[in-house]
Design a protein around this ligand. Structure first.
Ligand code: GLN
Length: 191
């Protein structure tokens, strides 16, 4: 049986993730409900707006089942707002903002400020050695604290951490699904 990869499709750029996952041969489906979640063995949480993904995931009653699956070891990849959804601590959170958690990191929302809201760069990425990864940052968070069990996979030249992994969980501040570089998704599918 081929495995099915879910993309949380409540808000944000879930279509781009579905597209890139299918381009590398994955069976990718949109996840909005607990019944959808039950069909998948992996989950991608897209970029978008973490406060909205938080609220909708609670309204659609997928937040608790996702937390449970994370605890059970399901591989999950969060990009940008998706990374914020996985962090144990959020700097600059809205009042009452919740998330799934699971990764022992602190992220700072909108860390690049108004001057440098969005940019594109090439990054070295541990585990993807053939060439730098093309990374698009859009009102991105940075990882300001990394727990003992968390591996840093990529940083900006100034040292800001932008890609992390803790066992079954992968998070990037940037959006490889937008630059069309499928290697981070391939890395995820091999986790
Ligand atoms: N700034 C957004 C947030 O806090 C994330 C932006 C993005 O996902 N591109 O959710």
């Amino acid at each position: 049986m081929t495995e099915t990869v879910g993309v949380l499709a409540l808000q944000g750029d879930f279509r781009e993730h579905i597209f890139i996952l299918r381009s590398i041969g994955a069976d990718a489906i949109e996840v909005r409900t607990p019944a959808d979640l039950a069909k998948v063995s992996r989950l991608v949480i897209p970029g978008g707006e973490s406060t909205v993904i938080d609220k909708l995931s609670r309204i659609f009653e997928v937040a608790e089942p996702i937390k449970q699956r994370i605890k059970e070891g399901m591989p999950v990849y969060g990009t940008c707002a998706g990374l914020i959804m996985l962090a144990s601590e959020i700097g600059g959170a809205m009042d009452g903002q919740q998330n799934f958690g699971g990764m022992d990191v602190t992220v700072e929302r909108n860390a690049f400020g108004a001057q440098l809201e969005s940019f594109e760069t090439d990054l070295d990425f541990k585990g993807i050695e053939d060439a730098p990864v093309k990374a698009v940052f859009i009102r991105a968070p940075i990882v300001s604290r990394v727990g003992d069990k968390v591996e840093v996979l990529s940083s900006l030249p100034n040292g800001d951490v932008v890609a992390v992994r803790q066992n079954n969980l992968l998070g990037t501040s940037f959006h490889p699904e937008i630059s069309g570089d499928s290697r981070v998704h391939e890395y995820f599918l091999n986790m």
